[in-house]
Structures are given as C-alpha cells and as structure tokens.
Ligand binder design. Structure first.
Ligand code: FDP
Length: 282
C-alpha cells in the first residue's frame, strides 16, 4: 500500500502542475458518461495511468474517463478506480477540484475496499488518505506532510444538497428543508471533492445527491466516487448510505460506471436520511 500511496502523491504533484497551465480547451472526445472531455481531463488521466502502472502490487485500473478497465499485472492484488479530475469544469472559474482513488483488493466492489484517497487542488493542495483511519496531508515544498487525523462530530451544521431541485422527490425536499429549519447552512460549490472536504474538516453536516426524476439512479459513480467517499466518511467516524441498502460497504460490483444516489455525513444527519428514506420507500 505504501507504493500506491507514494504513486498517488506523485500524481497529485504532476496534476497540480497541469492545472496551473493556462490551456484548458475541450477535446473532440466524450467520456463514458457522455461528457465532452477537457484536454486537462485526458492529461490527468494519463498521468495517473503512468504512475499506477509502475506499482508492482496493482492488478487493474479503471478510470472515470475511460470506458474499459485496464489490466496492468496479473499477479498484482489491488484494483484501483480513479476519477482523475472530478469537477473539472470548475477549473475555468477557478474553484477547487480534486482527484479520487478507490483501492479494492481482489476485485471491484465496496466490500473489497481496503483504502481510499482523494486530493483537493485549491488554494493549497491537500490529500486525505483513509486506511482504517482518515488522515489529512498538506503539500509543502514539493512533499506531502502529515497534518492530523480527521474525526467527525456526532452532528454538524452544513448542508450540501446536490441535483436539480425541481427533480427531487417531495420527501427529499422536505428532508433538506428540515435541516435548514434546524439552522444548517448551505455549502455547495458543485465539486464533490471540495464539498465533502469542507464537511469533513468543519466537523460534519450532510452532502446528498439523490435519485431524481431525470436521473433515477443518481449521478455519482459508485466505484469512482460513492464507495471511496463512503469509506473515508466511515473511517472518520461519520456515515454514508445509498438510501436503499442497509450497508453500503457490503455492496458488490456491478458495471464499472454504475451510479447511485448517495448521502455522506456525520451520524446524526445520516440517521435522519435513513429514517426518511426507509419510511418513503416501503
Ligand atoms: P462534475 O459533473 O462537474 O464533474 O462528478 C460529478 C460532479 O461534478 C461532482 O463533482 C459534483 O458534486 C456533481 O457532479 C455536481 O452535480 P450537479 O451540478 O448536478 O449538482
């Protein structure tokens, strides 16, 4: 795992350099979710592929930017799913973006997740790595330095509700409003990495991306986004659910680009989501 951790650090430093270069035009290609790829998405994808391919323990990699997985080494044991530059459309308005890595052993699926990591490229570059516990690192003078372990409070006060509101269910809207009525404050940039990072570092709250009438399976990808953050939140003393299954970390693998609704937060908020979703989905 140390090799993977080191490779991710090299990726982060190279991606930060790529983001700092002005040219971020669109390519002619679409990714597997039908979005037109930025040159920068392609560049970041290549950087990660190059770095992970050098790690002897890596068996297979899958990128959010590519249709198919790529076998690196038959005798490796880790399967790594990564989103090279999540929220990349925010680069041209100079908001924070991130890279996400889900590390699975033996095969894909939340039940095989052994570690998870993300990097935030903001005013500073920070990395959060979770393997049994969730730890924060800061890039300083070309190296990542350990800062602290991240622990969520039982209850937070931030509310980050994703998806188009007019397409929410009535009970989802009522639930989101109930948090605002309790004094929660709105925090939503449209980048999953910085939005969840803020909730983790400010002690807690709720990030939700529900199933909507236009996206009945939600928007966020299970292997690249949902499972990695579910693991990070649970290891930080918070919780995560998909609003359907009892334990999100027991789910196995379906299509590598499969999506689901998802909810991440501290224990108090996730307990409320569980109760509301169980009551309305009988
Ligand atoms: P984006 O499409 O800009 O890459 O990964 C998808 C994502 O961003 C997340 O980072 C973000 O939380 C979400 O989509 C935002 O979606 P909405 O604009 O529908 O809220």
């Amino acid at each position: 795992m140390k090799d993977i951790f080191d490779a991710i650090q090299r990726c982060a430093i190279r991606i930060k350099d790529a983001i700092d270069v002005k040219d971020i035009g669109y390519s002619q290609k679409e990714n597997s979710s039908g979005e037109t790829q930025l040159q920068l998405d392609i560049q970041c994808d290549l950087i990660i592929e190059e770095e992970l391919a050098t790690v002897p323990s890596v068996h297979t990699i899958a990128s959010e930017e590519k249709e198919h997985e790529l076998i690196i080494r038959e005798n490796g044991k880790y399967f790594i799913a990564y989103d090279p530059l999540d929220g990349s459309s925010l680069v041209d308005v100079n908001l924070s973006v991130g890279s996400i890595f889900g590390i699975y052993e033996g095969e894909w699926g939340a039940r095989n997740m052994v570690a998870s990591c993300y990097v935030v490229y903001g005013p500073r570059v920070e990395m959060v790595f979770a393997e049994n516990k969730t730890q924060l690192y800061l890039l300083q003078a070309g190296e990542f330095e350990f800062v602290k372990e991240i622990r969520l409070n039982e209850k937070g006060n931030l509310n980050a509700p994703g998806g188009t509101q007019q397409n929410w269910t009535a009970y989802h809207k009522e639930m989101v409003d109930s948090f605002f009525a309790e004094g929660y404050r709105l925090r939503y940039s449209g980048g999953m990495v910085p939005d969840l990072h803020q909730i983790l570092l400010k002690g807690g709250g709720l990030f939700s991306y529900p199933a909507t009438s236009d996206r009945p399976d939600g928007k966020l990808r299970k292997l690249f986004e949902v499972f990695p953050f579910a693991y990070i939140f649970k290891m930080a003393g918070g919780d995560a659910i998909d609003g359907i299954n009892e334990n999100i970390m027991a789910l196995s693998h379906d299509h590598i680009h499969g999506t689901s609704q998802c909810f991440f937060g501290s224990k108090y908020e996730i307990a409320r989501v569980k109760e509301v979703y169980a009551r309305n989905n009988q």
